[in-house]
Design a protein around this ligand. Sequence first.
Ligand code: GLA
Length: 780
Amino acid sequence: MKRLITITSLFCLFFLFEQNLTAQNTFIAGKNQFELNGKPFLIRAAELHYPRIPKEYWEHRIQMCKAMGMNTICIYTFWNLHEQKEGVYDFSGQNDVAEFVRLIKKNGMYCIVRPGPYVCAEWDMGGLPWWLLKKEDIEVRTLKDPFFMKSATAYLNRVGKELSSLQIQNGGNIIMVQVENEYGVWGNDGDYMTKIRDIIRASGFDKVQLFRCDWSSNFDRYKVPGVAETLNFGAGSNIENQFKKFKTLNPDAPLMCSEYWTGWFDQWGRPHETRGVETFLGSLKDMMDNKISFSLYMAHGGTSFGQWSGANAPPYAPTVSSYDYDAPINEAGQPTEKFYAIRSLLQNYLNEGETIPPLPSEPSKFISLPEIAFTKKALLRDNLKNPKTTDVPKTMEYFDQGWGRILYRNKISADDSERILKIDDVHDYAVVYLNDKYLGKLDRRFNETSLKIPATKKDAQLDILVETTGRVNYGKAIIDRKGINGKVYLSKGAETKELHNWQIYNFPVDAAFQKDLKYGNLTGDGPAWYKSSFKLSETGDVYLDMRGWGKGMVWVNGHNLGRFWKIGPTQSMYLPGKWLNVGENEIIVFDVENHDKPVIKSVGTPVFEIIADASMLHRKEGEMLDLSDAVPVTSGSFTSETGWKEVKFKAVVKGRYFCLEALSSQLTSDNSTSIAELEILGEDGKAISALKWKVVFADSEEVTASGSSADKIFDLQESVIWQTRIGDKKAAFPHTVVIDMGENNTVSGFRILPRTDKSKNGIIKDYRFYLQEKKFNIKL
Ligand code: GLA
């Protein structure tokens, strides 16, 4: 009897303990509010990416977020960072994400984890490993490809192993885990999303609240039971509009903006992106007033060191290495005006007894470097090792190389006339040489695929050096193999012949490879590595001033700082002080361009300068679009309501070129035009792919004050828009954009999304729409 009582009381004790634990450590998406341990909890999260911050600075950046008024840190985990070789995982050192989460806990903050497998994030291939591309018919983010699913499952299991013990229900600080990322932009397969949910649960995240994130325009494209829904949108958004449909479909759900974009990322050759403090703060205040939880994407962007920055497409637009993002905490971890504005706004919304701590002391001061002169150089052509051969050019992935450069070498026969070299698809930037003489470049951003080969008296050596500038991380172009995709031809008049029998040389990005080269003096032209060393008596953060250099990468003491490109907008590179040594330091720069006097100086603040590139504009000086002999398929007036608007034709029309002519604006006395997105509907009423689209003409584009060129209407990013030149007093209607879809399509109508921020400028009222098989008449 006594024994029975003891067992019963032990059981009761255990039950009480269990109950207590549950009562103490819970987080759920409750009725219209998140609940932490049974009490309402408003998430004020800051997004940080551990690989974009040197490990030595992790805690400082976390503390900065707390000092900005945040109670939670939101993170992605990056599959391709942790599994660089298939089946070999690395969660140590700089990749020790569990340590990062523990540091968050140590600083009294909660954590939201977004393990993917796809994460986007302006990160090479959106976090998917490049080796997936070795499978020729790979499909990603779908149940249809067992190899993708098997690999993704193995990775998610590994993340679970690292982090699931840190779920709040297990005594940790992880309050939510995200399933996939913005799947609504990609597809509507609820079964795939449900499977990813189950894999995440099975990986060990068995108790934590799950959620997913999408946009107000697409969150209802699919369903995943048991997973909370949140929305992402940008600085200056109209909060009421953003949540209108969401509230109707989810009347009991707590509201959260899971990515409130504090700024935006920069793309090579396009203006530096900023988002004004007032615009940003206004919508944040609206969210606080309406008790809407948020996560600031990014609170501190840091740097996409090495080869990690990705690209967008269409059109192909590679992201720069700096991920400063115009975020409240800048690339070097310093507070900006936006930081202080957020901090003082949030002071008004704290819970009883809650205070915002002071700013932590900086882990590293800023120093300036002595001018570094380079005296040693290793020409690429003198460092050709381990050639491989192939009949037709194969991609970089085929040769087991993830990133960097790849040289395709061939012999072409003598010919007394000029020929045209044509490459099917160059990913992403090729420089072409004949007998070591520079002939020209092929830049994927401009769909450049051919160049002239001069007459040669003797057989000549053809070199095509192709560089990767970031795998597409967003949309259907994500299957983005590097190097030469397809065939190479030489043509003369009507005669075209394919080139066979190539020699291949690989130049990966690992620091060890760059050291192990034959360095000599500075003589000789052509792509080369430059090496130097410098002595320091103290260390500290710096920006390297890369003005004067062409296009390449920089390694300091074995750390790959990322890419530089003279076209800007970023002309400087962040070098964390913790990667420098007191005493000797080594620096290696690879540049495809020549230098007589290669030097690098340091600067205390980042340099943004864009080399004016007229080719970013879709109208040549003096060009006029003549629509006098064109017949509109339809014309009409859009209502002033927000959101997507669909126009159906009376009957389907066939055509390759379309033109939207804006005749007036919703605002009186507004002579501008803006469009966020435009889709062309096929016979089945669904949007046709825009991957082959090119802007043929746009009468006016803002490419200086902001990156608002006409190709933004099909970049699939709703928060980025085409707008005609801001403040152009002479501008007048009509405003026109002409697109070449690359092939004839049978079209049943179109859809258009006006800008979604609070501004009403440029929202079209009256319009005409043209679609035809022949080109439009553009006169000079
Ligand atoms: C989306 C993605 C993020 C990031 C931002 C843009 O919201 O979810 O990963 O790419 O866009 O910076």
